[in-house]
Design a protein around this ligand. Structure first.
Ligand code: BES
Ligand code: MN
Ligand code: ZN
Length: 500
């Protein structure tokens, strides 16, 4: 989608649809301005308009002013924030899509709100709201919106926000595409190829390890999960290392890449369980999307991505409950449930990350159903190893979550929880029972790390069965905008402390 800020007044623009975000009870002077520009139809429409967030009202102003216009509700002025702005823009995208609009133009509301945050949220909401997954459709596509214009009065005003919004939203759409893709089109080797294509298109480096290399590295957890599969595992290493990187030690992003999770021999039920498991690589998809955003934004940070990938199946050689696996770190794990597979391959990736001497590691994983019980579909769980540095980052990622609408909520990591993983035969077992299932998964991963670390359990957030504002049914792209915002903020802070 083309996105640009314009100084040409909306009535002189060649747009198919004018989008007019409005808070509840807009100021009379602003209504007068709109009526002067667009005619009295606007005044009558505003009379019929509540202004609730997400509400849209289409109107047809007099000829030659604009072919169509839509009022978009922003909710109460006092509660105005990026999230209702995204919702309003997504409602605008719905209007545009239903009427085969090619060019839509936003008129920025006259409200006290940072203009770059405003344009960013408008663009994000519009692009994310207009998203459709058509990869496997064979019918003719209907025309899609191609261009978004934003009238801010001046060409420079709001441009940075608009471009950030475009980059972040498009990167989130990449993650959605990967999650929505049919599992047989994203086996571990095909998924790794897709990551390579993304790297080539966006200018970051991708190195894909094959089975032999994974064996050389001794990644017993990834190999154990892969034993029931017909397809080999892959381990993709993504690198963004610009010359102007301001961090000496890399930031590392790790994504769970289980391209399909049957549960293995601990087989899942189909309905509302296995039928969702093409999304079990959503953590990995978020890392790929984040790399696209980081590269497109040209962030001055050294970032490494790690994506261990395989499917989890009950094949002839599948690992079984009772198997003791020697992991990359050398630790042994008693497998008591083959459906707790994500932690097996993440543990190997996290243990490998140790060799990169990281400043911070953030992993994203659709790891436990328990996190959906705890937090539902409104926030991801975040856990840390609670060292001082990680605690600071925890606060930073929570704020990034509020800014992006991709919320993360902390879960405790008391040492007592670790006891649930005691094994009579190995160093640790891979399940800790029903109580605090997300936390014991976190404690399992913590066993393999010794650096500042944030673990995001995104099982409730990666995929939505019903459509929500700016999130159509399917993969949500959760984590991409969160990471992009968190890292951009990280770079800004580092720069600020250096200059000081
Ligand atoms: N991929 C699942 C977790 C999941 C559940 C993701 C629902 C998205 C939606 C994970 O591999 C899994 O099966 N976890 C088990 C762990 C248990 C066996 C300890 C679970 O949550 O039931
Ligand atoms: Mn599983
Ligand atoms: Zn899984």
């Amino acid at each position: 989608m083309n996105v640009s800020v314009t100084a040409t007044p909306p009535t002189d623009l060649d747009a198919d649809l004018l989008l007019i975000p409005l808070t509840k009870d807009p100021a009379d002077v602003y209504v007068d301005v709109l009526a002067d520009a667009l005619g009295d139809a606007v005044r009558r429409a505003i009379g019929d308009f509540e202004g609730e967030a997400g509400e849209a009202l289409l109107l047809y102003p007099e000829d030659a002013i604009a072919p169509r216009a839509a009022l978009l509700g922003l909710g109460e002025m006092e509660a105005l924030d990026a999230e209702p702005i995204r919702e309003a823009a997504a409602a605008g995208a719905d209007v545009a899509t239903a009427r085969t609009v090619e060019t839509a133009a936003f008129l920025l509301p006259e409200v006290e709100f940072d203009v770059d945050r405003m344009t960013q949220a408008l663009v994000e909401g519009f692009i994310l709201g207009a998203y459709q997954f058509r990869e496997h459709k064979t019918d003719e596509p209907t025309p899609r919106p191609e261009t978004i214009l934003l009238y801010t009065g001046e060409k420079e005003r709001g441009t940075a926000g608009a471009q950030r919004g475009r980059i972040a939203a498009q990167a989130a759409c990449t993650a959605r595409d990967l999650v929505n893709r049919s599992p047989d089109k994203k086996t571990a080797p095909l998924f790794a190829e897709a990551i390579q294509d993304s790297g080539a298109a966006h200018g970051y480096d991708v190195d894909v390890w094959d089975q032999a290399r994974i064996e050389d590295e001794g990644m017993g957890g990834l190999l154990a999960v892969n034993r029931g599969s017909f397809e080999p595992p892959t381990f993709s290493v993504l690198t963004w290392a610009p010359d102007d990187a301001i961090n000496d030690r890399p930031l590392v992003l790790v994504g769970k890449g289980v391209v399909f999770d049957t549960g293995g021999l601990s087989l899942k039920d189909t309905k509302n369980s296995m039928d969702l498991m093409k999304s079990d690589m959503a953590g990995a998809a978020a890392v790929v999307g984040a790399f696209e955003a980081i590269a497109d934004m040209g962030l001055p940070l050294h970032v490494i991505g790690l994506v261990p990938a395989t499917d989890n199946r009950p094949g002839r050689k599948a690992y079984v409950p009772g198997d003791v696996i020697t992991m990359h770190s050398g630790a042994t794990v008693e497998v008591l449930n083959t459906d707790a597979e994500g932690r097996m391959l993440l543990a190997d990736a996290l243990s490998y990350a140790q060799s990169l001497d990281p400043e911070l590691v953030v992993d994203l994983a659709t790891l436990t159903g328990a996190v959906v019980v705890a937090l539902g579909n409104n926030a991801a769980g975040v856990m840390t190893n609670e060292d001082d540095e990680a605690s600071e980052r925890l606060y930073a990622i929570q704020r990034a979550g509020e800014r992006t609408g991709e919320r993360v909520h902390p879960l405790p990591m008391y040492a007592d929880y670790k006891k649930q993983l005691d094994s009579p035969v190995a160093d640790i077992k891979n399940v800790g029972g029903r109580a605090a299932g997300s936390i014991t998964a976190g404690k399992f991963l913590e066993h393999f790390i010794d650096y500042p670390w944030l673990h995001l359990d995104v099982a409730g957030m990666a995929y939505t069965k019903e459509s929500k504002p700016y999130r159509p049914q399917g993969g949500t792209g959760f984590g991409v905008r969160l990471l992009a915002d968190f890292l951009a903020d990280y770079a800004e802070r580092e720069n600020a402390t250096r200059d000081a």
